[in-house]
Design a protein around this ligand. Structure first.
Ligand code: F6R
Length: 587
């Protein structure tokens, strides 16, 4: 998603801004730009493509500036649509969506103003310029009242000596250092040990000068709040000797799992006892990979505890008038804790009277602030756009919740802790998938097949494969294949079959026979050695056995690696897949 940086201090702003934008690259973007006040005059450089394209910005002088990476929503990716947008000496960078942009634009056009881009954001510069009567903060506050939708804004004024910021439903953090201040949409862009950070809340504004950061409410009244001192762990991550963050993050799965397992004691001490004793219904709301974690949790909780679990795509939950029981526990799963659809779904569940449990990897995210109960996974920063270790971390937390539900009901289920030593082993046993990459890179379509929990893993495998290889892939219920999709099976359609449940493995192998008979090469991921020798199987990954209901924690590992190896074989950058963003803060 879009990224914002801003700097005011004694140093030249442009290198600081370009460095900040590089640190936000992992979020995904398609154009970039910066604006610097050079002796009070606004200088702007904008380009389509990567931050490297902003080379001309190096020559900009001046110690105050704002920068932006744009992920196109309104208007094509182009230099023209890149931010900052400037109108009458006001430069604006914006994250989010201005929902009433068309109406506001019409008003501006009626005043005889002209627009230079197709974006919803440009109108913000017009509104601020229009509201300006000598004080930028007041102008931004007044303009913000006109806007509906979501926004994080950083604003400069020609001749000014400040940056003014605003936040509504889109993250923004200001930070104060020694004689300099920063603003960014994400901590890595501004983090340096010892800086004091101020996380803006919805409806808050900030004024940054070289000396200080000050926060204001929507009436312009000063807010007294102590900033938090940034720590080492929040600084920009290091790829080490790895070629890509994604590969490094797969190797970090064992630690992510270890840091995301919670004991019954933890649940007891953190206010979960009543909910876990009483909950009869569970709803899960999430998007993408987090949705697949929810499906895996459903498979485990229903299988082991017979507690009904419904899993909703958050974007559907918010608009399809779900029939919600007020006594259901609603679990909102989100790595970033900033996904707009998941936040809206959690809010709706609260309004329906449900207790909301937030499961997130980001302790200071918006989701944590709106939840009744909180589980923070310990995956550490995930830089690769494609979720990897955060998926297994979510499963560790959700399986821990399953074990805690059993504990509070005096039932017994296998301990998710048993999975921990098997994660590292599964990474090692998955090395064979590197050899599968040429076949998958040449595929016209790919199937990932399974039943039960294996099907949930298959869905995540296909999502990972699609997002970084740019090849079509489908996660499919093995038994459903012959009801239509088998028509696609031929020698150009490699099939990955998953089999971790003894009761279902032979049934899944029926689907393997069906696709093999149509010429499809078959790759098996299983814990059953006997299946690996079957003539239909071109190649296999044999993983350690575990409780079948918990097996996606292991079985997804070779699928993540397969997607990675195939993307690298195709010379795609797996860390920054095209069109995608790390944290989807617009709906
Ligand atoms: C896929 C991926 C996305 C996210 C989805 C939800 O690899 O990363 O599908 O899982 O955008 O994001 P969070 O978990 O931050 O809510």
């Amino acid at each position: 998603m879009c990224g914002i940086v801003g700097y005011i201090g004694k140093r030249r702003a442009s290198p600081v801004l370009l460095d900040g934008l590089k640190k936000l690259e992992y979020r995904g973007y398609d154009s970039a730009g910066i604006a610097v006040l050079d002796q009070g005059i606004l200088r702007v450089v904008k380009r389509q493509g990567r931050v490297e394209e902003l080379g001309a910005a190096h020559s900009l002088d001046g110690c105050i500036g704002i920068g932006h990476t744009r992920w196109a929503t309104h208007g094509a990716p182009s230099a023209r649509n890149a931010h900052p947008h400037v109108f009458r000496g006001i430069a604006v960078v914006h994250n989010g969506i201005i929902e009433n942009a068309a109406a506001l634009r019409a008003l501006c056009l009626a005043r005889g103003e002209t627009f230079l881009s197709d974006t919803d954001s440009e109108v913000v510069a017009h509104l601020i310029a229009h509201a300006f009567c000598g004080d930028l903060l007041s102008a931004v506050i007044r303009a913000a009242r006109e806007l509906t939708g979501s926004f994080a804004l950083a604003v400069l004024r020609e001749g000014g000596e400040e940056i003014v910021c605003a936040r509504k439903k889109s993250p923004l953090i200001a930070a104060a250092g020694e004689g300099e201040s920063f603003v960014a949409s994400d901590i890595p862009a501004i983090a340096a040990s010892g800086r004091r950070a101020y996380i803006l809340q919805d409806g808050e504004f900030a004024r940054l000068t070289a000396e200080d950061v000050q926060l204001y409410d929507e009436n312009g009244a000063l807010i007294a709040r102590e900033g938090v001192v940034l720590e080492e762990g929040e600084l920009a991550p290091d790829r080490g000797t790895y070629a890509h963050f994604m590969r490094k993050e797969i190797d970090e799965i064992p630690r992510a799992v270890q840091n995301s397992l919670f004991s019954a004691d933890y649940f007891q001490k953190n206010g979960f006892s009543e909910v876990l004793c009483q909950t009869e219904y569970i709803d899960i709301v999430a998007c993408g990979t987090a949705y697949h974690s929810g499906l895996c949790a459903k498979a485990a909780i229903e299988e082991l505890l017979r507690i009904p679990v419904r899993v909703f795509l958050a974007s559907e939950y918010r608009y399809t008038r779900p029939i919600v029981r007020g006594d259901a526990l609603t679990i909102a799963v989100s790595q970033s804790g900033e996904t707009a659809d998941t936040l809206a779904a959690a809010q709706l569940a609260k309004e329906k009277g449900c207790k909301v449990l937030a499961l997130t990897n980001c302790a200071r995210s918006t989701l944590t602030r709106m939840s009744d109960l909180l589980l923070v996974t310990g995956a550490g920063r995930e830089v690769g756009v494609a979720a990897t270790k955060s998926f297994q971390a979510q499963l560790a937390a959700l399986y821990s919740l399953c074990a805690a539900l059993a504990y509070f009901r005096k039932k017994r289920v296998p301990s998710p802790k048993d999975l921990l030593p098997l994660c590292g082993q599964s990474i090692r046993e998955s090395a064979a998938v590197a050899g599968w990459a040429p076949c998958f890179a040449a595929a016209r379509n790919v199937f990932f097949l399974g039943r039960g929990a294996d099907r949930c893993a298959a869905l995540e495998g296909s999502l990972k494969f699609k997002e970084i290889t740019y090849l079509p892939a489908e996660g499919y219920a093995a038994g459903e294949l012959k009801h239509g999709a088998l028509a696609l099976a031929d020698e150009t359609t490699p099939v990955v079959a998953l089999a971790f449940d003894e009761r279902l493995a032979e049934k899944t192998m029926n689907a393997v026979h069906e696709v093999y008979a149509r010429g499809a090469p078959v790759f098996l991921v299983t814990c059953f050695p006997a299946l690996c020798g079957q003539k239909e199987v071109s190649s296999f990954v044999l993983l350690p056995a575990c409780e079948p209901a918990f097996s996606p924690m292991l079985s997804v590992i070779p699928l993540q690696l397969l997607a990675y190896e195939t993307a690298v074989f195709l010379k795609n950058d797996p860390d920054k897949p095209r069109n995608l963003a790390k944290s989807v803060t617009v709906e």
